[in-house]
Design a protein around this ligand. Structure first.
Ligand code: ZN
Length: 314
């Protein structure tokens, strides 16, 4: 029999970009795309794309295709087939069933409003209520509460203990699988070794780490990039009308994204092709160059040019 190498130490680098198709890519999501791409390519790794369309109530028609066309326009070519969460319900249900068979799941009827009224953290109210499955949300009994982890960019992260211990939702009462379940199941399925994404997901990462432990699977390493904010505390997002990045003229936004990530491109690289700009960036990129801040203000007015970086706040 061939010997099986224990590959927990030396995993093949597999990174990913996982946008939600709730609208076109804006500068904030471009940072996550370029950051995860450069880190993968600088480490001779694979870069995968996953469309996180699990929450169908937020999906905008045509946005998935638009996002993929935008990535192509920016020279960000993925290495394996794109996966779509809406095509993976069977796999998610199989994991839910497995957790149910281990008596780790219970039904919950508490509303968001009720949980908010007790301080926002669920206290296990329904743990022994045995509500019927119909119209119930499903919660996982937390057995691997994780409140600390090391982030490759942001350093040591500590998450509120109560939050870490919360029995969290794995399936919503409307029947949709919860984001925190599917993101972990997908990262396992895609063999993801490194997750490079925005710092707004620092806190949920602790919960995702606990689910990797629950499912007895190796977790990726996490690196959280500073968030692009319009003003302190307000990330660029579809909700605050961050403009879509241009597909026709991608170089200026790519140039700004490289600057945002700590590279110092000369203006002359704008005369190169988009592929050559990325080639230069892959050669130059090092994670240590990325500012170790949680957010970077890119402009007071999210509709103006991106490149006037104003402040870096911790
Ligand atoms: Zn409940």
């Amino acid at each position: 029999m061939p010997t099986t190498a224990v590959n927990t130490q030396k995993r093949e680098y597999r990174g990913r970009f996982a946008p939600s198709p709730s609208g076109p890519l804006h500068f904030g999501s471009l940072i996550a795309a370029v950051g995860s791409f450069l880190d993968a390519k600088a480490n001779q790794g694979k870069w995968l794309v996953r469309i996180e369309d699990i929450d169908t109530t937020r999906v905008v028609n045509g946005a998935s295709d638009d996002i993929l066309h935008t990535l192509e326009a920016y020279g960000l070519h993925w290495d394996e087939s794109v996966i779509y969460q809406t095509q993976r319900h069977e796999q998610y249900q199989a994991i839910v069933d497995e957790l149910i068979s281990q008596n780790l799941v219970y039904t919950c009827h508490c509303t968001r409003k009720e949980i908010k009224a007790i301080g926002g953290i669920y206290q296990g109210h329904c743990r022994h209520k045995n509500h019927s499955l119909a119209d119930s949300a499903l919660r996982l009994t937390q057995q691997f509460a994780t409140s600390n982890y090391d982030d490759l960019i942001q350093g040591e992260i500590h998450v509120d203990n109560q939050l870490a211990q919360e029995d969290y939702l794995i399936k919503r009462s409307d029947g949709l699988f919860a984001y925190q379940l599917v993101v972990v199941v997908d990262d396992i399925a895609q063999g993801i070794s490194h997750v490079v994404r925005g710092a707004d997901l620092l806190e949920p990462t602790a919960r995702q780490l606990s689910l990797f432990k629950q499912l007895n699977q190796p977790a990726p390493q996490y690196a959280h990039l500073p968030l692009a904010v319009a003003k302190p505390g307000f990330k660029l997002s579809k909700q605050n009308y961050a403009p879509a990045i241009s597909k026709k003229d991608p170089k200026p936004a790519l140039f700004d994204a490289l600057r945002f990530l700590g590279l110092q491109p000369e203006a002359s690289i704008l005369s190169l092709s988009i592929e050559q700009m990325l080639e230069w960036a892959i050669k130059t990129y090092r994670m240590e160059l990325v500012p170790k801040s949680l957010e970077i203000q890119v402009s007071e007015d999210p509709n103006s040019a991106f490149c006037d970086f104003l402040t870096i706040t911790k």
